[in-house]
Ligand binder design. Structure first.
Ligand SMILES: Cc1cc2nc3c(=O)[nH]c(=O)nc-3n(C[C@H](O)[C@H](O)[C@H](O)COP(=O)(O)OP(=O)(O)OC[C@H]3O[C@@H](n4cnc5c(N)ncnc54)[C@H](O)[C@@H]3O)c2cc1C
Length: 442
């Protein structure tokens, strides 16, 4: 029988699961459909390097149609899952939605930024989860340097040169470290901007940063970033960002044109739209076999699921790439086993630790208890992620970007116009009336 497998999400779990399924399934055994709003998978650990300009944004994404050549790719969103009737509602970006029927469901919709009701956050903040956000931030930071360089108003300069990041996990620490490094380097090109004119601030509600590398390496990272002039506020919350005026719980107040929110994630909203069982944190309840609790023909893994951590009874696997990739392997194997009536295997993997980049030639690592910092950790960070980024094609392109960077200085061009490509043309098409003094009056 030809079964229909529906994979919701083409990120880490979705891509790796579908890749393995297309390799393992026999001809005619099943069809695979992958649904994602994007036509590519984003290798998120490379986003900070893409924002810093060390990697081309195109090289940190993997085109789904090229890699999953035996699967059907649909671009759009699943907006509802009705597992009782084995259907999911698909909404393409343009045009009417339709129902997709399936026999086996793989929920891999990942997570979205977990926000708080902070006044002004929705209007002025930006997340750091997509390649679009990384490109925007790079352009935006360089644009702020240009604004400050060209203005004689102290108020304008101070606002432009204040960069605030909220949340000191992987994403926040790597993003601020890479962008500060890039901006310091770039400031050499701006006559009126010195590194000490910039204010880089990391706001964290708990008493530590980068918990992923353990307390000792987290403390080292804290000292390292503070030594570079990054103002790190622990046990502090962002209370308001209305009108781009930053107000912190410790009473600090100042204007900033840049607010990046990296304070954790929550499951993608689609997991709650339908009849899937959720835990109290809104994650899909998974079993150790990566099936959805209490359902048949339904699997899940990654950031959108609460997967029991068999190495630590009572705990759940953290939402990170390491688990996502390893879970996909077991998940795909279990989908094939279920189609062939074979027993499923449990997912068991103890956390190996982490590596993080903190700017060019600087990193921190704690892998299986081996702790490293500085250049060695940076090298480990790059080697590890190069080995993990999917496909040989991407590995070679990433390697080429890094090799070129050894010989040439990085580019500091802010292509902000790319985000508003029609602006100039629209202005040109507007009727223009000039008076005798060549002044635009309407
Ligand atoms: C900046 C940054 C740096 C990171 N660095 C590290 C690191 O160094 N090490 C590490 O271990 N982890 C890191 N992580 C975490 C890691 O990237 C995630 O844990 C991992 O991506 C989770 O995989 P996933 O498949 O569950 O979700 P994702 O990879 O996010 O994939 C989910 C996919 O589902 C799609 N989707 C969402 N909603 C729908 C819908 N309704 N219908 C269809 N598709 C949908 C999304 O478009 C997305 O493509 C980092 C994360 C970020 C943001």
């Amino acid at each position: 029988m030809n079964s229909r497998i529906l994979v919701v999400g083409g990120g880490y779990v979705g891509l790796y699961t579908a890749l393995r399924l297309q390799r393992k399934l026999r001809k005619g055994e099943a069809t695979i459909t992958v649904v994602d709003p994007n036509s590519y998978m984003t290798y998120q650990p490379f986003l900070p390097e893409a924002a810093a300009g060390n990697l081309s944004p195109r090289h940190v994404v993997v085109p789904l149609r090229r890699v999953l050549d035996k699967a059907e790719i649909l671009n759009g969103r699943i907006v509802r899952v009705d597992h009782a009737n084995r259907t999911a509602e698909f909404q393409p970006e343009i045009g009417p939605g339709r129902e997709l029927s399936y026999d086996v469901l793989v929920m891999a919709a990942g997570s979205v930024s977990r926000t708080l009701p902070v006044p002004g956050l929705a209007e002025h903040g930006i997340g750091f989860k997509t390649v679009g956000e990384a490109i925007h931030l790079r352009n935006h930071v360089l644009q702020q340097l240009a604004i400050a360089d060209s203005s004689q108003s102290e108020e304008v300069r101070r606002k432009a040169l204040s960069f605030v990041f909220v949340g000191a996990g992987f994403a926040g620490v790597e993003a601020i470290a890479e962008l500060e490094d890039m901006a310091r380097d770039a400031s050499k090109l701006y006559r009126n901007v010195r590194p000490e004119d910039m204010r880089w601030m990391l706001v964290e509600a708990s008493d530590r940063i980068l918990p992923e590398v353990g307390p000792e390496m987290g403390r080292w990272t804290l000292g390292q970033l503070r030594g570079r002039g990054v103002d790190i506020r622990l046990n502090t919350r962002l209370e308001s960002a209305e009108g781009q005026r930053i107000k912190l719980s410790d009473g600090t107040m100042f204007d900033s044109a840049t607010l990046v929110w990296t304070a954790g994630v929550k499951p993608s909203p689609v997991v709650g739209a339908g009849d899937l069982p959720l835990d109290e944190r809104g994650r899909i309840k998974a079993t150790e076999y990566l099936t959805i609790d209490g359902l048949t023909g339904a699997f899940t893994a990654g950031d959108n699921a609460a997967v029991p951590d068999l190495t630590e009874p009572g705990a759940f696997c953290a939402p990170n790439a390491q688990h996502a990739v390893r879970q996909s392997k077991v998940l795909a194997g279990n989908v094939v086993a279920s189609l062939r009536g074979r027993p499923l295997k449990p997912y068991r993997h103890s956390y190996a630790g982490s590596v993080a980049g903190l700017g060019l030639h600087l990193g921190v690592a704690n892998v299986y208890g081996f702790k490293a910092k500085g250049l060695l950790a940076w090298f480990l960070h790059r080697t590890y992620h190069l080995s993990r980024v999917p496909t040989l094609n991407r590995k070679v392109r990433v390697m080429a970007d890094w090799t070129l960077a050894l010989f040439f200085r990085r580019e500091f061009i802010a292509l902000g116009g790319l985000e508003r490509p029609r602006e100039e043309f629209e202005a040109a098409t507007r009727p223009q009336v000039y008076d005798g003094r060549l002044r635009k009056v309407g």
